[in-house]
Ligand binder design. Structure first.
Ligand code: ADP
Ligand code: ZN
Length: 519
C-alpha cells in the first residue's frame, strides 16, 4: 500500500509542491520502476527517494559514499521526525548494534550505508531478511571510470539487481555526461529503467568566454564594467597565481582574499565565514574552494584558467546566482591552458584514464571555441535533447563574425611540419611573421619557404588560430610540458583540401566585458 507523495511532501517536509521532475520520478518509483536521476547539486535529488521511502511500507536502503554527508542527511531526517539511521565504519560497535536492533524491529524507514558495508560480514543476510522496499544509490557516477570520482566498491552494487530482482532501484547523480550515463546504466543494470534529467539549465547565468591577452587586466576591466561592488569567486589553477591575483585585485581597490589548501585552516575558515557574511567580497581561489558553499548572492564566477572539464566548469560556475538573479560566468582562455592541462594529465594518469580525460578536455575546448550558443553546448553535454539558443551568452548577444581560415590553417600546419614538429606556438608564429630572433637565425628557419608568409595576420590572430587547431585536435602538444606542437592525423583532410575551416574574426580591441542581462 502506498501513501500520497504530495501529502507526504507537504505534511512531513513542509514544501508546497514538487520541483522539476520530482513528481514524475516518485510516481515512476512507486509504480515499481527503476530510475536514473540526473539533477544538478541543489536540484532536489534527495526527495526523489525520501518521499517514496515514506510512501512505501518497509525499509529504503540508501547507498552513499561519504560518511559526513550520510550523517547530515540522517540528522536532517530525524529532525523532521523520520526514523532514519546510518551504518558506517566510523561508528562504535554498540552504536552499530543498536542500529541493527532497530532495523530488525522494523523501526527504521531509511538506512544510509556505505557501499562496502552492503556486502560485508553478515549484512547481506540481514538485508535479505529485512526485505527492503527500495534501493537508492546516491552519487551513482562513482560506479563509472568515466565519472570523476570512481570507487571500485560501487561496482559491487551490480549484485543488488541479482539478489533483489524485484526491488526498485533509483540511482542519482549530479554529474554525468553521455558516456558516464551509459556506463552507470550498464553497471547498475538499469536497462529497463527510465532516465530522468532535469534542472541543469541556469537561465540567470550569462556565459562569457574571451581570448586571454593579459588575464588579470581583462579581469579587472570585467569587474569594473559588470560587477564593481559584487561578491564573486575567481578561480585560478595554482596557489601562486591565487596569491598574485588577490594582491592585484586589492591594488585595484577590490575587497579580495586568497583561498587555497596551502593556507592555515583558521585563515581559510575566517575567509569562508567573511565571504558568507559580508557583502561584495571577492574570493580568489583554487578549486579547493567551493565544496558546500551555499551563498545565494554570488554575482559572478570568473575563471582565469581553464577548469578541468565541463563537469567542473558547470559546478564551479553553478555557484553563481543561486538566488535566481542575473549572474555572470566569465572565463579567459589561452592555449597555454591546454598545454598545462595536458602536462598534468600526462604526468599523473594511467593511459586508459588519460584517454578519457582527453575526450573530456576536448568537450570543454569545444565549449570555449564555439561560435554558437554556449548554453546549447552545455545543456547538450549534459544530455538535453534540443535546447534552444539562449539569448543570454556572449555568442547569442553578439554573434561573432566568421571568416574562412582554411588557407591560414594550412600555412600554420605546414610551418609546424617544416620546422620539425618540435617548437611551441611562439616560435611557429615568429617564423610565420618573418621575425628576426636568435632562435630563427640559429635554426635557419628563415630559409624555409613558410618564413614571413603570414604577415597578413597579427600575432593575436595566429594565436587564436593555433588554439582553434588544438581545440579541434588537428594539432597536439607534447605531454612533457614544453608546448611543442605536432600534427595530428585529423588534420589530413584539411591539408588535402577536402575540408575547410571557419574561424572567429578577432575584434580589434575586445576588452572582454559584457553586460549581464536577465533571462
Ligand atoms: P541535491 O541532493 O540534488 O543536491 P537536495 O536534495 O539536497 O539537492 O535539495 C536541495 C535543497 O532544495 C534542499 O534544501 C531541499 O530541501 C530543497 N528542495 C528540494 N525539493 C524541494 C521542493 N520540491 N520544494 C522546496 N524545496 C525543495
Ligand atoms: Zn546563448
Amino acid at each position: 500500500m502506498s501513501r500520497d507523495p504530495l501529502h507526504i511532501l507537504q505534511s512531513v517536509f513542509g514544501y508546497p509542491e514538487f520541483r522539476h521532475q520530482q513528481a514524475d520520478i516518485i510516481h515512476h518509483i512507486l509504480s515499481g520502476g527503476d530510475a536514473l536521476v540526473l539533477m544538478p547539486t541543489g536540484g532536489g535529488k534527495s526527495l526523489c527517494y525520501q518521499v517514496p521511502a515514506l510512501c512505501l511500507d518497509g525499509l529504503t536502503v540508501v547507498v552513499s559514499p561519504l560518511i559526513a554527508l550520510m550523517q547530515n542527511q540522517v540528522e536532517a531526517l530525524n529532525q523532521l521526525g523520520i526514523p532514519a539511521a546510518a551504518l558506517n565504519s566510523s561508528q562504535e560497535m554498540d552504536e552499530q548494534s543498536q542500529v541493527r536492533k532497530a532495523l530488525m524491529a522494523g523501526e527504521i524507514k531509511l538506512l544510509y550505508v556505505a557501499p562496502e558495508r552492503l556486502f560485508s560480514g553478515n549484512f547481506p543476510d540481514i538485508l535479505k531478511r529485512l526485505n527492503p522496499a527500495l534501493f537508492a544509490i546516491d552519487e551513482a557516477h562513482c560506479v563509472s571510470q568515466w565519472g570523476h570520482d570512481f570507487r571500485p566498491e560501487y561496482r559491487r552494487l551490480a549484485l543488488l539487481q541479482e539478489q533483489f530482482p524485484t526491488v526498485p532501484r533509483i540511482a542519482l547523480t549530479a554529474t554525468a555526461d553521455t558516456e558516464t550515463r551509459k556506463d552507470i546504466v550498464e553497471r547498475l543494470g538499469l536497462q529497463y529503467g527510465k532516465v530522468f534529467q532535469s534542472g541543469f539549465d541556469r537561465p540567470n547565468i550569462t556565459y562569457n568566454v574571451t581570448d586571454r591577452k593579459n588575464g588579470l587586466n581583462q579581469l579587472v576591466s570585467f569587474l569594473k564594467n559588470n560587477h564593481p561592488d559584487d561578491a564573486g569567486i575567481v578561480y585560478c589553477m595554482s596557489r601562486k597565481k591565487v596569491e598574485a591575483t588577490a594582491e592585484k585585485l586589492q591594488d585595484a581597490g577590490y575587497n579580495a582574499l586568497p583561498y587555497h589548501a596551502g593556507l592555515p585552516s583558521e585563515v581559510r575558515a575566517t575567509t569562508l565565514d567573511r565571504f558568507l557574511k559580508e557583502d561584495g567580497l571577492i574570493i580568489v581561489a583554487t578549486i579547493a574552494f567551493g565544496m558546500g558553499i551555499d551563498k545565494p548572492d554570488v554575482r559572478f564566477v570568473a575563471h582565469l584558467d581553464l577548469p578541468k572539464n565541463m563537469e567542473s566548469y558547470y559546478q564551479e560556475t553553478g555557484r553563481a546566482g543561486r538566488d535566481g538573479l542575473p549572474a555572470t560566468a566569465w572565463m579567459t582562455f589561452g592555449h597555454q591552458d591546454i598545454v598545462k592541462i595536458k602536462q598534468l594529465m600526462g604526468a599523473s594518469l594511467p593511459p586508459e584514464q588519460r584517454l578519457i580525460e582527453n575526450q573530456k578536455l576536448s568537450s570543454l575546448l569545444d565549449f570555449c571555441e564555439t561560435v554558437s550558443c554556449r548554453r546549447v553546448l552545455l545543456l547538450t553535454y549534459f544530455g538535453d535533447e534540443n535546447p534552444a539558443p539562449c539569448g543570454n551568452c556572449d555568442n547569442c548577444m553578439a554573434p561573432p563574425t566568421l571568416i574562412d581560415g582554411t588557407e591560414d590553417a594550412r600555412l600554420a600546419l605546414s610551418c609546424i611540419y617544416r620546422t620539425g614538429q618540435m617548437y611551441g606556438s611562439g616560435h611557429i608564429i615568429d617564423v610565420l611573421l618573418g621575425a628576426d630572433t636568435d632562435k630563427i637565425r640559429s635554426t635557419g628557419h628563415d630559409t624555409l619557404n613558410v618564413y614571413g608568409k603570414g604577415t597578413s595576420k597579427t600575432r593575436a590572430e595566429w594565436q587564436s588560430l593555433i588554439r582553434r587547431l588544438l581545440a579541434l585536435g588537428y594539432i597536439n602538444t607534447d605531454t612533457e610540458g614544453y608546448g611543442s606542437l605536432s600534427l595530428d592525423e585529423k588534420c589530413r583532410p584539411l591539408l588535402q583540401g577536402k575540408e575547410s575551416l571557419h574561424i572567429r574574426k578577432l575584434e580589434k580591441s575586445k576588452g572582454g566585458s559584457s553586460r549581464s542581462r536577465a533571462p
